[in-house]
Design a protein around this ligand. Sequence first.
Ligand code: NAP
Length: 388
Amino acid sequence: MAGSEREIAFIKGDGVGPEIVDNSKRIVDAAVEKIGAGRIKWIEALAGSEAEKKFGNRLPDESIEIIKRCGVAIKGPIETPVGKGFTSINVRLRLMFDLYANIRPVKWFPGIASPITNPEKIDLVVFRENTDDLYRGIEWKYDSAEAGTVRDFLNANLGTDIENDSGIGIKVMSKAKTERVTRMALNYAIKHKRRSITVMHKGNIMKYTEGAFREWAYNIAKTEFRSSIITEEEVAAGGSNKGKILFNDRIADNMFQQIITRPGEYDMILAPNLNGDYVSDAAGALIGNIGVLGGANIGDTYAIFEAVHGTVPKYAGQNIANPMGILSACCLMLEHIGMEKAALMIKDAVSATLKDRIATKDIARFMGSVPVGTDEFSDAVIDRLSKV
Ligand code: NAP
């Protein structure tokens, strides 16, 4: 890697996006330089409100081309209006680049106040299917002609009794999409030596979507990964899970209470799109602050890395926001491109910074320390890169 240059696209995004992305880039540059792993050449792609101002389009073709060329991008949060307006740019990017797995590692940082008594037990990875389910956006407003057509068709032909004032949304789950994300999750579990994978579903109610997700996931695990996994039933019947990944499942509502009451028992959660969205924020809350979490959106060809949190508009442009979420995403990006050492160095430097009670407002208020700004926190992380 020494001396080589790697092009990475970056999108600053909206709200606090520009300040957290800029700070994370300079931390990444400093770490990459320190380990002598070459250099990252950052290429900016506009999306969100800046792109709207410049191109009259929140996701211009120029930006899509840049992401295609680089293959890998870092993305700041982008706003999406609720209940009206344009569709989510985040969701469009995931679908457009077929980023079918959303991977969110959730691990507690010492020093961050958590609502549970043993946050150090949490070491979870949420693996969320990213392109299917209700996120396909197949829906019609209650008073639209389309909703009327669908209601009439279903009521006339398929024995339903849908009220005339009902909005319609279609939940779709594909066998092939479930299988490919399950394969990726199992390969990830093998590579990262994870202990278990729990399929989270609401298959007791939604039998042919979420129930099917569960069934297809088990089929892949049992047929393609037979020598690497063992199911809960097999363990109950006396099988040994030594050296094997425990493959089990939980109904979605139970999954929520399980990660709160028995956080140390869960290791990886494989979930369809909507469940995965909910559970990853809930898992984030267990470690005290979703502002510190990063995620990877990965497909077979492209990868886009982002913080779990949104645009936090109330802190925009004020040097208050915590950059740790996007920085965690940058670490996942560095691991993805083979610069694991730089990622490790950054994680250690962040821990050392928090250990010295240096933190942005969201964390400092629970630590009882004086908050520093986004820039100052990032300076402190860079200072500690050489010391870890
Ligand atoms: P949010 O932007 O994540 O903010 C929720 C709250 O979390 C904030 O008010 C703040 O809490 C805290 N927070 C989150 N990240 C923080 C950080 N880095 N530093 C300090 N505090 C942080 O969620 P939202 O208000 O629901 O969403 C706002 C917009 O973001 C929406 O348009 C939404 O669509 C968009 N969004 C985008 C993405 C994405 O691009 N992937 C993801 C989620 C949401 P306190 O108020 O307690 O200080």
